[in-house]
Design a protein around this ligand. Structure first.
Ligand code: NDP
Length: 478
């Protein structure tokens, strides 16, 4: 682990084996942080934040630091891709996208570091009144296993740009690219304690981190039930929290769409990263007039997806990240078989790695479990609607509100439908592309706050008002 500028074991000497999900081979052994390790990391981040060295860095210094982190990532691009594929299982082309996007995220926030502005206000009386923005303090950052390195960038980039210090905990199953980044960060001129990375599980290490009262903010990406728990602890300790949680995201296909395009992006929506994406388009709502044709082409094209070890460039869908998650998805496929029609896939094999076929269910109705619950795997539900109003109602008929897609060539329909969908991230005639410049986050049970873009840095800043009396005559109050 990387605590206070040094690579350390857990005080308890406990370790955890890290597996390649495509082969089940042990590819690394990492420390298993216990409460005392996490507390040491928080103390280091606290001391770094409260001390002079980090505070004395200017916005331009922080900008240089973030650009050098991005530079290190780009210099070591191939190594990052290889490690991400081995640890998470995703195909090379997806890992390449993630690593490049992570470097771009650091570059984006490097740019923003020098654009944190204050304001002056006209107030009554003789006061010169202004607003400044300051770093929040020590940030506890907890990230999941589906985009291990990209999530590191989304968390570290804005936090460091704003002048905070951090303790970041990657998922217990995918800590390797975060640790590799620590190695590269160690070569840069960053004061010790500013960035700390602890490896360990959620219930012990994660819990110790979010419960530590010396932190000032929690930033979490993960499942909704864990997010609710973390939100509760944050509320008890009055810590600021941003929560990026799950989704059951609708992709609405109208009959005036370009069918090829809708099939292309519909498959990507459902099966990119083996469906292990918070915005996965796991509910595809298709207008009844084109339902049969869409299903026919969707299934035919799904057959082209090649499932296998992500390190083989021929494979376009990798394994599921872990045995536990594989078992959960398998159970959902059984639920699907009992309530809908299995149109394609459904088979799985965990003899060598955790592989599940792309799985398509048809004749799905809105109240079925596979239409309501987040499966977080390569399982998609195809539903039918007849009118625009029905499509909107079905799209919104979920406790979540993260992503949504529309496929139509009618621009007036786009503007009619968009405002009626209760979700934070919309795509029209494509799906999933993510831009560092744009705010990311959900409505309803999909979380609170926004990451990325200008919105993302706001969540790492305190707002302070300062009022200067320009009237030097005594008032004589008493
Ligand atoms: P979690 O939400 O439990 O894990 C996300 C992160 O939170 C991990 O770093 C995890 O650590 C940590 N964590 C877990 N419990 C605690 C806790 N009590 N205190 C602090 N941190 C904690 O996801 P799971 O891996 O359990 O997956 C469960 C479901 O969540 C998935 O099936 C999927 O539906 C959803 N999910 C959604 C994601 C998203 O991006 N929206 C990402 C991942 C999952 P550790 O991994 O070490 O336990």
């Amino acid at each position: 682990m990387y605590i206070n500028g040094a690579f350390v074991d857990s005080v308890s000497k406990k370790t955890r084996n890290i597996l390649n999900p495509a082969t089940k081979e042990v590819i690394a052994t990492v420390p298993e942080a216990q409460i005392e390790d996490v507390n040491a990391a928080v103390d280091a981040a606290r001391a770094a934040f409260d001390g002079e060295e980090w505070k004395s860095k200017t916005a331009q210094d922080r900008q240089k630091i973030l650009f050098s982190i991005a530079g290190k990532i780009r210099e070591n691009f191939e190594a990052f891709v290889k490690l991400e594929v081995e640890n998470n299982g995703k195909p090379i082309r997806e890992a390449e996208f993630d690593i490049d996007d992570a470097a771009s995220c650091f570059e984006f926030y490097a740019g923003l570091a020098t654009k944190i502005h204050g304001e002056t206000m006209s107030v009554p009386g003789n006061s010169f009144s202004y607003v400044t923005r300051e770093a929040i303090g020590v940030c506890a950052q907890i990230i999941p296993w589906n985009f291990p390195f990209l999530m590191c960038a989304w968390k570290l980039g804005p936090a460091i740009a704003a002048g905070n210090t951090v303790v970041l905990k990657p998922s217990e199953v995918t800590p390797l690219t975060a640790l590799f980044l620590a190695q590269l960060i160690d070569e840069l001129d960053i004061p010790k304690g500013v960035i700390n990375i602890v490896t360990g599980d959620g219930p012990i290490a994660g819990n110790a981190l979010i419960s530590n009262t010396k932190i000032d903010k929690i930033a979490f990406t993960g499942g909704t039930s864990t997010g609710k728990y973390i939100g509760k602890i944050a509320a008890e300790n009055l810590k600021k929290a941003t929560l990026e949680l799950g989704g059951k995201n609708p992709v609405v296909i109208f009959d005036d769409c370009k069918m090829d395009l809708a099939i292309d992006w519909g498959l990507f929506a459902a099966f990119a990263n083996s469906g292990q994406v918070c915005t996965a388009g796991s509910r595809i709502l298709i207008q009844d007039t084109i339902y049969d044709e869409f299903v026919k082409q969707f299934v035919a094209r799904a057959k082209n997806i090649k499932v296998g070890d992500g390190s083989d460039a021929e494979n376009t869908m990798g394994p599921i990240v872990s045995q536990a998650h594989f078992d959960k998805i398998k159970a959902y496929i059984e639920v699907g078989k009992s309530e809908a029609t299995l149109a394609f896939g459904g088979n799985s094999d965990d003899s060598k790695g955790f592989f599940i076929e792309p799985t398509i269910f048809t004749n799905v109705t809105p109240n079925m479990r596979i239409a309501r619950e987040e499966i977080f795997g390569p399982v998609v539900a195809l539903l039918k609607f007849s009118t625009e109003e029905e499509a909107i109602a079905m799209a919104n008929d979920t406790e979540y509100g993260l992503g949504y897609g529309l496929f139509t060539q009618d621009v007036t329909r786009v503007h009619r439908v968009m405002p009626k969908i209760r979700a934070g991230i919309g795509w029209v005639n494509f799906y999933h592309p993510t831009f560092n410049e744009m705010p990311w986050g959900g409505y309803k049970q999909s979380g609170t706050g926004r990451e990325l873009g200008l919105y993302g840095i706001e969540n790492y800043l305190e707002v302070k008002q300062v009022n200067i009396n320009l009237d030097t005559d005594p008032v004589g109050w008493y």
